[in-house]
Write a protein that binds this ligand. Sequence first.
Ligand SMILES: [Zn+2]
Length: 98
Amino acid sequence: MTSTASCRKCGTPLPEPSIGRPRTFCGVGCRRAAEREVRRLDNSIAELEGRQLSHQESAAFGNGTPAHHEAKIAHLQFAITAAEARMSALLDGGDDDA
Ligand SMILES: [Zn+2]
C-alpha cells in the first residue's frame, strides 16, 4: 500500500500499520476533538438551514427585496456546503478505533 494516511483532525502523518486498517486519527485526543467538532458542525448546519428557511419564507411572503433573500440564501448555502464538506472529511470511514 502506498497511500500515506494523515490525522483527519490535525493532519499529522500517520505511519501505516503493519496489520489492520489504516488509522484515521493520531490519537484519542484528536478523535475526541473531531467528535466535538462534528457536533458543532451539526449544530451550525441546523442553525444555518433554519436561517435559510426563514429567508425562503420571507421571500415567499414578499417581505423585503428578493435580491436580498437570494444573496443571503446563497451565502448560507456556501457556509452549509463548507460545513458539510468538513464534517464528511472528519467522518469519512472514521468508524475505526484510534
Ligand atoms: Zn491528530
